[in-house]
Design a protein. Structure first.
Length: 210
């Protein structure tokens, strides 16, 4: 079939009433992977606030896979922002050593219409966040989605969590296609919690408003 004939046939097909109707219909929106993640029922931000240790992370990131031995002990202080809205943002203040210095990364987890679901806004793409499971006293399993890719973090109120919690985390990761080779655990020593003004990365200024 010559190119001219092919284009002619395509033109006929595109101009047919049936095809015109199909064109007017918007294609279904692509499925958002994080929408399938269950959210902690009756999520309470005030109970979630306080100090957490980053125990584990699961990700398909190839850089993390190749450099997981460089993971540093990380702890997080979560506070509820004093905002004039029914749903309060969460402020994450993350502390971790890097190249001999303690760094502090500050982020705002903006609430959505669904309790337990948040969005982190930054210079690049926004990150969707779901607090999937927590007992508030010992552990929390939190999912993150950026550019359609799912990752997750296991937080603990202490530097270690029980075997049952670790097994639960790994089982949850398997259910979203993250196997044990993509689950990594953080050191339990070398924490830091104070920084100077030159080692603060403040991302709370990003609101997502253009």
């Amino acid at each position: 079939m010559t190119p001219a004939v092919f284009l002619f046939i395509c033109g006929l097909l595109l101009s047919s009433p049936g095809n015109a109707q199909r064109r007017r219909k918007k294609p279904p929106a692509p499925k958002n992977p994080i929408d399938s993640i269950g959210i902690q029922s009756n999520f309470d931000p005030n109970r979630f606030a306080g100090k957490w240790f980053l125990v584990g992370v699961a990700s398909r990131c190839s850089y993390l896979s190749q450099n997981h031995y460089r993971l540093e002990a990380t702890n997080v202080m979560v506070t509820v922002a004093d905002a004039e809205t029914p749903e309060k943002p969460l402020l994450f203040s993350i502390f971790r050593p890097l190249d001999g210095h303690c760094w502090n990364i500050r982020q705002t987890y903006f609430p959505t219409k669904t309790a337990g679901r948040f969005q982190v806004r930054g210079r690049g793409r926004n990150v969707d966040v779901v607090v999937a499971e927590t007992d508030y006293n010992s552990y929390a399993i939190v999912y993150y989605q950026k550019a359609g890719k799912i990752s997750a973090k296991l937080y603990g109120r202490s530097i270690k969590v029980g075997d049952a919690v670790t097994a639960k985390f790994e089982e949850r990761m398997a259910s979203v296609g993250l196997d044990l080779n993509q689950v990594f655990y953080f050191p339990v020593y070398g924490f830091c919690d104070s920084v100077d003004e030159y080692h603060i990365l403040d991302e709370t200024k990003y609101t997502g408003i253009r």
